[in-house]
Write a protein that binds this ligand. Structure first.
Ligand code: PSU
Ligand code: MN
Length: 303
Protein backbone atom coordinates (compact mmCIF):
# COMPACT_ATOMS: atom_id res chain seq x y z
CA UNK A 1 0.00 0.00 0.00
CA UNK A 2 2.81 2.36 0.96
CA UNK A 3 4.00 2.54 -2.68
CA UNK A 4 1.01 4.78 -3.40
CA UNK A 5 1.71 7.26 -0.60
CA UNK A 6 3.71 10.42 -1.18
CA UNK A 7 4.48 12.71 1.75
CA UNK A 8 5.26 16.39 1.26
CA UNK A 9 8.65 17.53 2.57
CA UNK A 10 7.06 19.25 5.54
CA UNK A 11 5.02 16.21 6.56
CA UNK A 12 7.91 13.77 5.97
CA UNK A 13 10.06 15.93 8.25
CA UNK A 14 7.31 16.07 10.87
CA UNK A 15 7.07 12.26 10.78
CA UNK A 16 10.82 11.93 11.20
CA UNK A 17 10.75 14.38 14.13
CA UNK A 18 7.67 12.65 15.63
CA UNK A 19 5.75 15.92 15.64
CA UNK A 20 1.95 16.03 15.94
CA UNK A 21 0.27 15.99 12.52
CA UNK A 22 -3.30 16.96 11.59
CA UNK A 23 -4.91 15.69 8.38
CA UNK A 24 -7.22 17.90 6.28
CA UNK A 25 -9.61 16.88 3.50
CA UNK A 26 -9.79 18.33 0.01
CA UNK A 27 -13.44 17.85 -1.05
CA UNK A 28 -14.29 20.78 1.18
CA UNK A 29 -11.95 22.78 -1.10
CA UNK A 30 -13.00 21.45 -4.52
CA UNK A 31 -16.70 20.74 -3.96
CA UNK A 32 -17.57 22.47 -0.70
CA UNK A 33 -16.72 26.14 -1.26
CA UNK A 34 -16.34 28.53 -4.21
CA UNK A 35 -13.03 29.86 -5.55
CA UNK A 36 -11.08 31.83 -4.29
CA UNK A 37 -12.47 31.60 -0.74
CA UNK A 38 -11.78 27.84 -0.80
CA UNK A 39 -8.03 28.16 -1.32
CA UNK A 40 -7.82 31.08 1.13
CA UNK A 41 -9.61 28.93 3.73
CA UNK A 42 -7.30 25.97 3.05
CA UNK A 43 -4.17 28.10 3.47
CA UNK A 44 -5.47 29.87 6.59
CA UNK A 45 -6.40 26.56 8.22
CA UNK A 46 -2.95 25.10 7.54
CA UNK A 47 -1.36 28.16 9.15
CA UNK A 48 -3.59 27.93 12.21
CA UNK A 49 -2.51 24.32 12.72
CA UNK A 50 1.15 25.37 12.51
CA UNK A 51 0.52 28.26 14.95
CA UNK A 52 -0.82 25.78 17.50
CA UNK A 53 2.22 23.53 17.28
CA UNK A 54 1.18 20.81 14.82
CA UNK A 55 1.88 20.16 11.14
CA UNK A 56 -1.01 20.22 8.61
CA UNK A 57 -1.35 17.46 6.02
CA UNK A 58 -3.96 18.27 3.40
CA UNK A 59 -4.76 15.09 1.47
CA UNK A 60 -5.65 14.57 -2.21
CA UNK A 61 -5.12 12.03 -5.01
CA UNK A 62 -2.79 13.39 -7.71
CA UNK A 63 -0.92 11.56 -10.46
CA UNK A 64 -1.65 8.10 -9.15
CA UNK A 65 -0.45 8.95 -5.64
CA UNK A 66 -2.08 9.57 -2.30
CA UNK A 67 -0.55 12.94 -1.47
CA UNK A 68 -0.15 13.59 2.23
CA UNK A 69 0.58 17.31 2.44
CA UNK A 70 0.12 19.56 -0.58
CA UNK A 71 2.22 22.31 -2.12
CA UNK A 72 0.58 25.70 -2.81
CA UNK A 73 0.20 25.02 -6.54
CA UNK A 74 -1.55 21.72 -5.74
CA UNK A 75 -3.98 23.50 -3.39
CA UNK A 76 -4.65 26.05 -6.12
CA UNK A 77 -5.29 23.27 -8.66
CA UNK A 78 -7.82 21.56 -6.40
CA UNK A 79 -9.51 24.88 -5.68
CA UNK A 80 -9.74 26.05 -9.29
CA UNK A 81 -9.95 23.11 -11.69
CA UNK A 82 -13.29 21.79 -12.98
CA UNK A 83 -11.76 18.35 -13.47
CA UNK A 84 -11.42 17.31 -9.87
CA UNK A 85 -13.20 14.05 -9.00
CA UNK A 86 -14.97 13.80 -5.67
CA UNK A 87 -13.45 10.64 -4.23
CA UNK A 88 -15.12 8.54 -1.60
CA UNK A 89 -14.17 4.93 -0.71
CA UNK A 90 -15.92 3.61 -3.84
CA UNK A 91 -13.85 5.79 -6.21
CA UNK A 92 -10.46 5.57 -4.49
CA UNK A 93 -8.71 2.79 -6.46
CA UNK A 94 -10.06 3.91 -9.82
CA UNK A 95 -8.94 7.53 -9.42
CA UNK A 96 -5.45 6.38 -8.46
CA UNK A 97 -5.27 3.81 -11.28
CA UNK A 98 -6.38 6.33 -13.91
CA UNK A 99 -4.25 9.14 -12.43
CA UNK A 100 -7.15 11.58 -12.16
CA UNK A 101 -7.07 14.52 -9.79
CA UNK A 102 -9.15 13.46 -6.82
CA UNK A 103 -10.40 15.40 -3.82
CA UNK A 104 -10.88 13.29 -0.74
CA UNK A 105 -14.09 13.28 1.32
CA UNK A 106 -14.23 12.54 5.03
CA UNK A 107 -14.35 8.80 4.20
CA UNK A 108 -11.36 8.74 1.86
CA UNK A 109 -9.36 11.22 3.95
CA UNK A 110 -9.82 8.85 6.90
CA UNK A 111 -8.60 5.93 4.75
CA UNK A 112 -5.56 7.96 3.66
CA UNK A 113 -4.80 9.25 7.15
CA UNK A 114 -4.91 5.74 8.57
CA UNK A 115 -2.50 4.51 5.88
CA UNK A 116 -0.21 7.44 6.66
CA UNK A 117 -0.55 6.81 10.41
CA UNK A 118 -2.12 10.17 11.19
CA UNK A 119 -4.67 9.96 13.98
CA UNK A 120 -6.38 13.36 13.86
CA UNK A 121 -8.31 14.97 11.03
CA UNK A 122 -9.96 18.40 10.95
CA UNK A 123 -12.87 19.32 8.70
CA UNK A 124 -16.11 21.34 8.66
CA UNK A 125 -18.90 18.80 8.79
CA UNK A 126 -19.27 15.07 8.21
CA UNK A 127 -21.65 13.47 5.74
CA UNK A 128 -24.57 11.50 7.13
CA UNK A 129 -28.08 10.22 6.58
CA UNK A 130 -29.85 12.55 4.17
CA UNK A 131 -33.37 13.83 4.69
CA UNK A 132 -35.74 11.44 2.91
CA UNK A 133 -33.22 8.57 3.13
CA UNK A 134 -36.13 6.24 3.92
CA UNK A 135 -36.96 6.60 0.19
CA UNK A 136 -33.67 7.55 -1.47
CA UNK A 137 -31.29 5.40 0.64
CA UNK A 138 -28.85 8.35 0.46
CA UNK A 139 -26.48 7.71 3.35
CA UNK A 140 -22.92 9.03 3.20
CA UNK A 141 -20.06 6.52 3.05
CA UNK A 142 -18.50 8.71 5.76
CA UNK A 143 -20.62 6.89 8.35
CA UNK A 144 -19.44 3.39 7.34
CA UNK A 145 -15.86 4.67 7.34
CA UNK A 146 -16.30 6.06 10.84
CA UNK A 147 -17.46 2.58 11.81
CA UNK A 148 -14.21 0.93 10.82
CA UNK A 149 -11.28 3.33 10.41
CA UNK A 150 -9.37 4.52 13.45
CA UNK A 151 -9.13 8.26 12.83
CA UNK A 152 -10.59 11.02 15.02
CA UNK A 153 -12.56 13.61 13.06
CA UNK A 154 -12.88 17.11 14.52
CA UNK A 155 -15.93 18.84 13.01
CA UNK A 156 -18.78 21.23 13.82
CA UNK A 157 -21.32 18.41 13.79
CA UNK A 158 -23.32 18.01 10.61
CA UNK A 159 -25.38 20.39 8.51
CA UNK A 160 -29.10 20.11 8.78
CA UNK A 161 -29.20 19.24 5.07
CA UNK A 162 -28.99 15.87 6.85
CA UNK A 163 -31.43 14.04 9.06
CA UNK A 164 -29.47 14.56 12.28
CA UNK A 165 -31.40 12.14 14.54
CA UNK A 166 -31.01 9.32 11.97
CA UNK A 167 -27.34 10.19 11.52
CA UNK A 168 -26.83 9.86 15.27
CA UNK A 169 -28.67 6.51 15.33
CA UNK A 170 -26.46 5.23 12.51
CA UNK A 171 -23.30 6.28 14.37
CA UNK A 172 -24.57 4.59 17.51
CA UNK A 173 -25.18 1.36 15.59
CA UNK A 174 -21.66 1.52 14.16
CA UNK A 175 -20.23 2.11 17.64
CA UNK A 176 -18.81 5.55 16.90
CA UNK A 177 -18.33 7.86 19.91
CA UNK A 178 -19.56 11.40 19.30
CA UNK A 179 -17.92 13.64 21.88
CA UNK A 180 -19.10 17.21 22.34
CA UNK A 181 -16.33 19.70 23.04
CA UNK A 182 -17.51 21.81 25.96
CA UNK A 183 -21.12 21.02 25.06
CA UNK A 184 -23.54 18.18 25.73
CA UNK A 185 -25.54 18.92 22.61
CA UNK A 186 -24.79 17.99 19.01
CA UNK A 187 -23.88 21.19 17.13
CA UNK A 188 -25.63 21.58 13.77
CA UNK A 189 -22.80 23.21 11.82
CA UNK A 190 -24.22 26.73 11.23
CA UNK A 191 -25.79 26.74 14.68
CA UNK A 192 -24.44 25.68 18.06
CA UNK A 193 -27.54 23.69 18.92
CA UNK A 194 -29.60 20.93 17.34
CA UNK A 195 -31.79 19.83 20.23
CA UNK A 196 -30.00 16.44 20.20
CA UNK A 197 -28.32 15.50 23.47
CA UNK A 198 -24.94 13.78 23.37
CA UNK A 199 -23.83 10.92 25.58
CA UNK A 200 -20.27 12.15 25.84
CA UNK A 201 -18.61 15.48 26.28
CA UNK A 202 -15.11 16.65 27.16
CA UNK A 203 -13.94 19.91 28.65
CA UNK A 204 -10.31 19.83 27.48
CA UNK A 205 -8.21 18.72 24.50
CA UNK A 206 -6.23 16.57 26.94
CA UNK A 207 -9.38 14.63 27.96
CA UNK A 208 -10.18 13.95 24.31
CA UNK A 209 -6.61 12.85 23.57
CA UNK A 210 -6.76 10.54 26.58
CA UNK A 211 -9.97 8.85 25.39
CA UNK A 212 -8.37 8.30 21.96
CA UNK A 213 -5.27 6.82 23.58
CA UNK A 214 -7.31 4.36 25.67
CA UNK A 215 -9.37 3.40 22.61
CA UNK A 216 -6.11 2.64 20.76
CA UNK A 217 -4.76 0.64 23.70
CA UNK A 218 -7.96 -1.40 23.72
CA UNK A 219 -7.76 -1.95 19.95
CA UNK A 220 -11.32 -0.76 19.48
CA UNK A 221 -11.80 -0.33 15.74
CA UNK A 222 -13.48 2.67 14.16
CA UNK A 223 -13.36 6.43 14.31
CA UNK A 224 -14.30 9.09 16.82
CA UNK A 225 -16.27 12.27 16.09
CA UNK A 226 -15.38 15.38 18.06
CA UNK A 227 -18.25 17.85 17.76
CA UNK A 228 -17.04 21.42 18.21
CA UNK A 229 -19.73 24.12 18.04
CA UNK A 230 -19.26 27.16 15.78
CA UNK A 231 -18.13 30.19 17.83
CA UNK A 232 -21.16 32.17 19.10
CA UNK A 233 -20.21 35.34 17.24
CA UNK A 234 -20.29 33.50 13.88
CA UNK A 235 -23.43 31.43 14.43
CA UNK A 236 -26.34 31.99 12.02
CA UNK A 237 -29.93 32.38 13.28
CA UNK A 238 -31.51 28.91 13.22
CA UNK A 239 -34.79 29.90 11.54
CA UNK A 240 -32.91 31.82 8.83
CA UNK A 241 -30.53 29.01 7.84
CA UNK A 242 -33.15 26.26 8.26
CA UNK A 243 -35.40 28.10 5.79
CA UNK A 244 -32.59 28.26 3.24
CA UNK A 245 -31.69 24.60 3.74
CA UNK A 246 -35.31 23.56 3.27
CA UNK A 247 -35.48 25.44 -0.05
CA UNK A 248 -32.20 23.85 -1.18
CA UNK A 249 -33.40 20.34 -0.29
CA UNK A 250 -36.65 20.93 -2.24
CA UNK A 251 -34.71 22.12 -5.30
CA UNK A 252 -32.49 19.04 -5.19
CA UNK A 253 -35.62 16.89 -5.14
CA UNK A 254 -37.29 18.67 -8.06
CA UNK A 255 -34.12 18.54 -10.13
CA UNK A 256 -33.61 14.85 -9.32
CA UNK A 257 -30.11 15.36 -7.91
CA UNK A 258 -28.76 12.13 -6.42
CA UNK A 259 -25.64 10.13 -5.58
CA UNK A 260 -22.37 11.95 -5.04
CA UNK A 261 -23.80 15.16 -6.57
CA UNK A 262 -26.35 15.73 -3.86
CA UNK A 263 -24.10 17.11 -1.08
CA UNK A 264 -22.14 19.52 -3.38
CA UNK A 265 -25.43 20.68 -4.94
CA UNK A 266 -26.93 21.47 -1.53
CA UNK A 267 -23.75 23.20 -0.29
CA UNK A 268 -23.63 25.38 -3.42
CA UNK A 269 -27.31 26.32 -3.15
CA UNK A 270 -26.93 27.32 0.49
CA UNK A 271 -24.02 29.66 -0.30
CA UNK A 272 -25.99 31.16 -3.19
CA UNK A 273 -29.20 31.67 -1.22
CA UNK A 274 -27.49 33.11 1.85
CA UNK A 275 -25.47 35.51 -0.34
CA UNK A 276 -22.23 34.33 1.19
CA UNK A 277 -23.33 34.53 4.85
CA UNK A 278 -23.16 30.74 5.16
CA UNK A 279 -19.73 30.72 3.52
CA UNK A 280 -18.32 33.10 6.10
CA UNK A 281 -19.71 30.96 8.94
CA UNK A 282 -18.39 27.83 7.25
CA UNK A 283 -14.86 29.27 7.06
CA UNK A 284 -14.92 30.47 10.68
CA UNK A 285 -16.02 27.11 12.00
CA UNK A 286 -13.34 25.20 10.09
CA UNK A 287 -10.73 27.60 11.52
CA UNK A 288 -12.15 26.99 14.99
CA UNK A 289 -11.92 23.22 14.40
CA UNK A 290 -8.30 23.61 13.29
CA UNK A 291 -7.41 25.22 16.63
CA UNK A 292 -9.02 22.37 18.56
CA UNK A 293 -7.61 19.66 16.28
CA UNK A 294 -4.08 20.97 16.68
CA UNK A 295 -4.48 21.19 20.47
CA UNK A 296 -5.74 17.58 20.64
CA UNK A 297 -2.90 16.32 18.41
CA UNK A 298 -0.34 18.16 20.54
CA UNK A 299 -1.85 16.74 23.76
CA UNK A 300 -1.96 13.22 22.29
CA UNK A 301 1.69 13.46 21.26
CA UNK A 302 2.69 14.04 24.90
CA UNK A 303 0.82 10.99 26.28
N1 PSU B 1 -20.51 18.65 4.61
C1 PSU B 1 -20.14 19.94 4.64
N2 PSU B 1 -19.14 20.36 3.81
C2 PSU B 1 -18.50 19.49 2.95
C3 PSU B 1 -18.90 18.11 2.96
C4 PSU B 1 -19.90 17.75 3.80
O1 PSU B 1 -20.70 20.71 5.39
O2 PSU B 1 -17.61 19.92 2.20
C5 PSU B 1 -18.17 17.13 2.06
C6 PSU B 1 -17.18 16.29 2.87
O3 PSU B 1 -16.07 16.00 2.05
C7 PSU B 1 -17.97 15.01 3.14
C8 PSU B 1 -18.73 14.88 1.84
O4 PSU B 1 -17.15 13.89 3.41
O5 PSU B 1 -19.11 16.20 1.52
C9 PSU B 1 -19.91 13.96 1.97
O6 PSU B 1 -20.43 13.69 0.72
P1 PSU B 1 -21.53 12.53 0.55
O7 PSU B 1 -22.72 13.03 1.28
O8 PSU B 1 -21.73 12.44 -0.92
O9 PSU B 1 -20.92 11.29 1.15
MN1 MN C 1 -24.80 10.35 -0.77
Amino acid sequence: MKQYIEFSKEVAQAKADKKPIVALESTIISHGMPYPQNVQMATAVENIIRDYGAIPATIALIDGKIKIGLENDELELLAKSDNVAKVSRRDFAEVIATKQIGATTVASTMMSAELAEIQFFVTGGIGGVHKGAENTMDISADLEELGKTNVTVICAGAKSILDLPKTMEYLETKGVPVIGYQTDELPAFFTRQSGIKLNSFSETPYNIAHICKVKNDLNIEGGVVIANPVPKEHELPKSYIDGIIEEAVKEAETQGISGKDSTPFLLGKIVEKSEGKSLNTNIKLVENNAVLGAKIAVAFNKL
